[in-house]
Design a protein around this ligand. Structure first.
Ligand SMILES: Cc1ncc(C[n+]2csc(CCOP(=O)(O)OP(=O)(O)O)c2C)c(N)n1
Ligand SMILES: [Mg+2]
Length: 256
């Protein structure tokens, strides 16, 4: 599949917008100017941009606890987004949501949440609504690899498969849930393998390859599918220096 130069430029533009936004968040956090928690998606940018642009319009998304990038990939303005993080009334949720509860209904972003896995049933419900109203819409559900071990994930896959809902489950697999390596708590290396248990086609793509992501997510149609994007790991939180040093020491020791 060939992608137009215009689309490639738009992908790069959104990827860079996400990266620069996240770097500004780090900067503001460092100066203690940003209230509350903020989880970054540095390293995940290409996956979310590829998926959102592939879905086209009309489409909807739900996010995770790491959703600044999902909002930007879906077209939210950087100003209203940053205002939200700062708790201002000019924010996308009038400053009431903050970093962890970002929604932008005008752009089809139905929200993110700090509760791991909690937005997956929401995406399933949106897709059910599209199906009942016979609309040609698609919903993307973004979540991390640890979320695939929640009951909400499994119930949602089961229902969306049984009812043939137009939803794509996009797992951003950075191989960790906070500090727990995913390989220690699941039998799978690729989370897309879980889809097979529900009769859903599951594919794994390189999350740094937005062309591959776009190709996979493009398979529209009234049935669920589950690409798992392999992502580089971004920090869960800007870690305090002492914790960072401890993790580096542990990594060095592990290497011998
Ligand atoms: C239901 C629930 N359990 C535990 C937590 C604490 N928690 C916050 S983030 C996180 C790990 C999430 O890992 P993953 O889904 O892989 O996303 P990542 O942070 O790696 O992008 C956990 C366990 C939570 N927020 N919600
Ligand atoms: Mg993870």
């Amino acid at each position: 599949m060939t992608l137009s130069n215009e689309l490639l430029v738009e992908m790069l533009r959104r990827i860079l917008r996400i990266r620069f936004f996240e770097e500004a968040v780090v900067d503001l956090k460092g100066k203690a100017e940003l209230p509350g928690a903020a989880h970054l998606c540095i390293g995940h940018e290409a996956a979310m941009v590829g998926a959102c642009l592939a879905a086209g319009e009309p489409s909807f998304i739900t996010g995770s606890h790491r959703s600044h990038g999902h909002a930007i990939a879906k077209g939210s303005g950087l100003g209203p987004l940053m205002a939200e993080l700062m708790g201002r009334s000019t924010g996308v949720c009038k400053g009431k949501g903050g970093s962890l509860h970002l929604a932008d209904l005008e752009r089809g972003n139905y929200g993110s949440s700090g509760i791991v896995g909690s937005t997956i049933p929401l995406a399933t419900g949106i897709a059910l609504s599209s199906r009942l109203r016979e609309r040609d819409e698609i919903t993307l559900s973004f979540f991390g690899d640890a979320a695939t071990s929640t009951g909400a994930f499994h119930e949602s896959l089961n229902m969306s498969s049984a009812w043939k809902l137009p939803v794509v489950f996009v797992c951003e697999n950075n191989r960790y849930g906070v500090s727990t390596p995913t390989r220690e708590v699941t039998p799978f290396a690729n989370m897309s393998e879980r889809a097979a248990g529900y009769g859903i086609p599951g594919v794994t793509v390189d999350g740094q390859d937005r062309r591959g992501l776009r190709k996979r997510a493009r398979r529209r149609g009234a049935s669920p599918s589950g690409p798992g994007a392999e992502s580089r790991r971004g920090p869960h939180l800007p870690l305090p220096r002492a914790r960072r040093d401890a993790l580096r020491r542990r990594a060095l020791l592990a290497r011998g």
